[in-house]
Write a protein that binds this ligand. Structure first.
Ligand code: FPP
Length: 277
């Protein structure tokens, strides 16, 4: 389904099955003997889809007596680590909350610094992302982006369109409630046009009209910096996600921190409302 608020090339992406996690070996991932933490993940279930609320850039900068954009720049480097670690671990989808709808209320100087970082991220990383087999999509109210940021988004999406190892969802100008409103408006339009009957509205038909309609729900939701909130991120999709709160500030959240989160996930008993086997 095409979606005005999603920059993607969905025709290239095979629709994901809505099954849950499998093991590293099951995904054909060769485990490096040089990375003991990664080796410890082998044999256990690896989340197919990890979502991250990247929080704490401002505090990281403040601790260093530096302005907030300094923390965002350091946060951009942590994005690279998260992408690489996800690929190494065999994760299929990584969703990163980079800029919320509410973030438009930040000072103009911080907003422009974040948009400039988005452009810089695309300029400096797109070739590497492509080489690594990453397929980038950008999800949110993209109509609010300025022309330069919008061009960067288009470039990232089009140049990585054929990546098959990791789907990287960058959420920009995104709010979970707005995403639901958008889906409901689409459904109402279809009902009014007679192409959908009210009785046909189901969980699946709502899910299909979300920005994330073609990827499985996150198995694991990570929030850094110790905050324990969802902050309007993927409200529908995280219904059965395992939550992992890390006290680490986002710029310091490295490969090892991501592997620790996956190891913690492997100790969870996911019952989906049923009883343990
Ligand atoms: C939250 O920290 C972080 C953000 C609002 C921005 C996230 C941006 C990046 C990680 C860098 C850019 C990423 C890409 C993909 C280009 P905060 O500022 O709310 O931190 P605080 O709670 O400590 O103030």
């Amino acid at each position: 389904m095409s979606h005005p608020s999603v920059a993607s090339t969905e025709s290239d992406a095979a629709p994901a099955e809505r099954t849950h996690e499998g093991t590293l070996a099951g995904r054909g991932v060769a485990v490096s003997a040089n990375d003991p933490l990664l080796a410890r993940l082998a044999g256990g279930p690896v989340p197919r889809h990890i979502a991250i609320i990247m929080d704490g850039n401002g505090r990281w900068a403040r601790e260093r007596h530096m302005p907030r954009p300094f923390g965002h720049r350091a946060g951009m480097k942590a994005v690279r680590a998260a992408v690489e670690a996800s690929i190494a671990a065999g994760v299929e989808w990584l969703s990163l909350f980079a800029f919320s709808q509410e973030n438009w209320q930040r000072p103009a100087s911080e907003i422009s610094a974040l948009m400039a970082l988005l452009e810089e991220y695309v300029a400096s990383e797109v070739n590497e992302l492509k080489a690594q087999g990453v397929r980038v999509r950008v999800l949110g109210d993209l109509s609010r982006l300025d022309a330069r940021a919008a061009r960067a988004v288009e470039r990232a999406v089009s140049e990585t369109a054929h990546g098959t190892r990791l789907g990287l969802n960058l959420f920009i100008s995104y709010g979970g409630r707005a995403e639901l409103v958008h889906a409901m408006q689409q459904i109402a339009t279809e009902v009014q046009a007679g192409s959908l009957l009210p009785g046909q509205i189901s969980e699946d038909s709502i899910r299909a009209r979300l920005y994330t309609g073609d990827c499985p729900d996150p198995d694991l939701l990570i929030r850094t910096s110790g905050e324990q909130r969802l902050s309007n991120f993927l409200l529908w999709q995280v219904a059965y996600a395992e939550l992992y709160i890390s006290s680490v500030l986002w710029p310091d959240f490295d490969r090892a921190a991501l592997y620790e989160a996956i190891l913690d996930f492997q100790r969870r008993d996911r019952r989906f409302g049923k009883v343990s086997k």
